[in-house]
Design a protein around this ligand. Sequence first.
Ligand SMILES: [Zn+2]
Length: 323
Amino acid sequence: MTDLLEQLKAFEGREVGAPEVGPDPVNQPMIRHWVEAIGDDNPVYTDADAAAASVHGGIVAPPVMLQAWVMRGIRPRASEGRNPREDLMRLLDDAGFTSVVATNCEQEYNRYVRPGDHLRTTTTIDSVSPEKKTALGPGHFVTTRVSYHDQRGELVGSMLFRILKFKPPANGKKAVEPRPGAEAQPERPKRPRPAITQDNAFFFEGATRGKLLIQRCTSCGRLRHPPRPMCGACRSLDWDTVEASGRGVVYSFVVNHHPQVAAFDYPLVVALVELEEGTRLVSNVVGVDAHEVRVGMRVEVEFVAFDDELTLPQFHPAPGASS
Ligand SMILES: [Zn+2]
């Protein structure tokens, strides 16, 4: 066994932090919103009379809502200190496995939960795989097990959640060494990493080189974005890329004020930019007051290095466009 694998295996079976308690007990309003969103009209979830006459004898929550009862909000909680999962992720990051993708989730239900039940969870690191070759790149599968207990300590369900921590093909270099003293001040969270695949890696590689690339079907010549394996017009799997001029117009946009995620600046202008080549891409409009952004505004690309590993195209108004 390699040194790394030995270190990774040492995390198996370890509990991740203190038990988490659901912010609210199981309740009818959350159930109602959930079933409306999902489109589940089984009356045992919302109709007290029908539920009373059913095998359940009263309202129950949909089993697949299990995770909703302990889900944390968008803001990180006050620091509880580092836990073994963070240490494990850091170990993998430092070994170059910097990208992450969720691969599967299996839930098991021991009983229906009902309004008034108050769930809490304990999480353990179930297993860490040896290095595997995957389509995304070499990586380790990390499986965590979350156990859901009610207020009396009865196990009501459990969940296995597996992620792949992998070395992205676009950027196989090792994680950047932290700068001396960088640990001293709390670091701003990094902007979320794109999920890089064989199909879209060229786009992000291009961005790191200051090029805005568009995928082109080499059979019929059509341009397409977002990247995908097959041409929607002629079904060819053959493609190359062309470099865009970087000029375009704001086709549509929203200004995001809330909820705020620490890695972004607000107000955040999220725009669908139509390039002069004809394809559209989602990006941000920067370098202008959010109130001045207009549909049809002429914009130009710039490349912003958010950190040592992530450079993305962003757009600013073309000269004279914002007046
Ligand atoms: Zn084609």
